[in-house]
Write a protein that binds this ligand. Structure first.
Ligand SMILES: Cc1cc2nc3c(=O)[nH]c(=O)nc-3n(C[C@H](O)[C@H](O)[C@H](O)COP(=O)(O)OP(=O)(O)OC[C@H]3O[C@@H](n4cnc5c(N)ncnc54)[C@H](O)[C@@H]3O)c2cc1C
Length: 366
């Protein structure tokens, strides 16, 4: 087997939104990282659809944000309902930011735009290349990759593990992924819907007395993403509308897990490799984008030692908050429901109270 000594000695494992952001943020500063992914191209799935104001800030310098804005849909309001009674309209335009909306774009498009922009900096994603081994050896890290079944060893200085929840990088380091996975099965449906009875560019949340919840967000012209804690995601979206085509149906369990450390010597973790949590609040992909930007900034400044201390508390706070949102949203306790609905109605009626919530979803405050 040939052992290659890399000239560019930063290896990014995983070309999801986290790995691509790290590559873009390094490349725009003149570095030439390698980035590998075992898939043969960007995800074919829509996955995360909400891009935060802060992520747009992060991706501006590389030129990605303008392209995302050109293709995405600006979601300006989120309507909350108890059964069919409207409790509150959360207004993103109250955000003290030029991007005062949530940008909706399927993750496959976000990844496609990021990978194409990365190529303009001279860095191409090495698709179909899987990390199959990693070991710290003195100052260097030896990584083993497999391309079409052919294995190769490489010696690099720094590895950024952005290889998702089942991260091989994290497992190779023996770093624990503490937490749990909820038993309740959630469903997801992407569909084309005609005669939509609600505000077109707004998200809708329906909280039901039996603990069932349904969320729906536009993802394109007459296209919507519905998510629910029941088997049929659209069943908890009341109203008269016509589903003209179902594009995708899936289900998932909600995890709440975090890596006990985000780094070991020259190896760093970001995104789902470091933390996973409920999609309520649309922070998963955005937290990963922020981790990656922090990694690249610290790499550039020579301050990588402080990476875990900066990013782990942010992930921890969001996991805690998203668990609270989850349990309150699907509570069957009458007292909790009454209190929740009262709080939502009050927040809806007094716009200034919406700011703290909006700023956290937008990634402007942690
Ligand atoms: C149904 C669903 C809906 C979601 N909705 C939202 C939302 O609205 N908003 C939000 O912010 N988040 C949402 N998320 C979460 C979001 O999709 C993830 O947080 C995001 O994809 C994490 O990005 P990542 O780059 O860290 O990891 P991933 O996207 O998982 O990317 C990891 C990459 O690493 C590659 N890889 C893995 N192992 C190896 C290996 N050994 N060698 C080489 N490559 C490897 C994989 O092929 C993959 O491309 C949702 C997730 C799901 C499943």
């Amino acid at each position: 087997m040939v052992v290659r000594q890399e000239k560019r000695s930063t290896l990014i494992v995983g070309a999801g939104p986290t790995g691509l952001t790290a590559a873009l943020e390094l490349a725009r500063r003149g570095d030439r990282p390698r980035i590998i992914d075992r898939k043969d191209g960007p995800t074919p799935l829509s996955k995360a659809v909400g891009i935060s104001s802060h992520s747009l800030d992060v991706l501006e310098a590389s030129g990605v944000s303008g392209k995302l804005l050109a293709e995405g849909l600006k979601v300006r309001h989120a309507h909350f309902h108890a059964e069919t009674r409207e409790l509150a309209i959360i207004d993103f335009s109250l955000l003290p930011h030029r991007y005062n909306f949530l940008l909706s774009l399927p993750q496959r498009e976000t990844e496609r735009i990021m990978a194409a922009t990365l190529a303009t900096f001279g860095v191409d994603v090495e698709w179909r290349t899987e990390l199959v081994g990693l070991a710290q050896q003195g100052e260097k890290i030896t990584v083993r990759t497999s391309l079409n079944g052919e294995e190769q060893d490489h010696r690099v200085d720094t590895v950024f593990g952005a290889d998702g929840a089942e991260s091989s990088v994290r497992k190779s380091l023996g770093i624990e992924f503490e937490g749990y996975t909820h038993e309740r099965r959630w469903s997801i449906t992407d569909a084309e819907i005609a005669s939509w009875p609600y505000e077109p560019d707004a998200a809708q949340a329906f909280l039901h007395r039996d603990g069932g919840v349904g969320f729906i967000i536009p993802i394109g012209n007459d296209r919507f993403r519905a998510v629910s804690n029941t088997p049929d995601a659209l069943a908890h979206i009341p109203g008269e509308y016509h589903v003209s085509q179902v594009l995708r149906i899936d289900n998932f369990h909600i995890p709440a897990r975090q890596a006990t450390r985000y780094q070991a010597a020259g190896v760093f973790l970001g995104g789902d490799a470091a933390h996973v949590h409920s999609p309520l609040g649309a922070r998963g992909m955005n937290l990963g984008i922020e981790d990656a930007a922090c990694f690249a900034r610290r790499f550039n400044d020579g301050t990588l030692a402080g990476y875990t201390d900066e990013r782990r508390p942010v992930g921890h706070r969001w996991i805690r908050l998203s668990e609270q949102i989850l349990s309150t949203a699907q509570s069957t306790n009458g007292f909790v429901q009454t209190f929740r609905n009262l709080v939502m109605s009050t927040i809806g009626a007094i716009p200034i109270l919406q700011r703290p919530l909006l700023e956290r979803v937008a990634g402007l405050k942690e």
